[in-house]
Design a protein around this ligand. Sequence first.
Ligand code: HEC
Length: 86
Amino acid sequence: MSTRSIVAAAMLLPLTAVADDISKGEEIFNRKCSQCHTFAMAQAMLEPVKEKDRPEHLRAFLETHPAKLDANEKDVVIKALSQRTR
Ligand code: HEC
């Protein structure tokens, strides 16, 4: 088994945990970030960024972005925004 398929398998296993994380991230987003754009709009703006590059991209981006999140909220929101839900 290649490293790639092991990683893929590890990502597929906790499907329900991932779904929970997405809704938690969306919930925080709706509370703290939705004055200016919706979660769906933020995801649409992220389209050009490859999914695997999103956590790093978002971590840097959110450093200077309005509406501060604490470290824990930031992790959850980044995880949610980094998933392709469609
Ligand atoms: C004061 C208004 C405002 C708030 C509050 C805000 N944003 Fe944004 N956001 C913008 C604007 C304007 C853009 C598009 C321009 C840009 O990229 O800076 C944007 C773009 C984005 C993008 C696209 C990134 C990219 O690479 O282009 C993401 C992701 C994002 N916001 C996430 C968030 C999150 C998460 C929060 C809450 C912590 C948040 N935003 C709060 C105004 C806001």
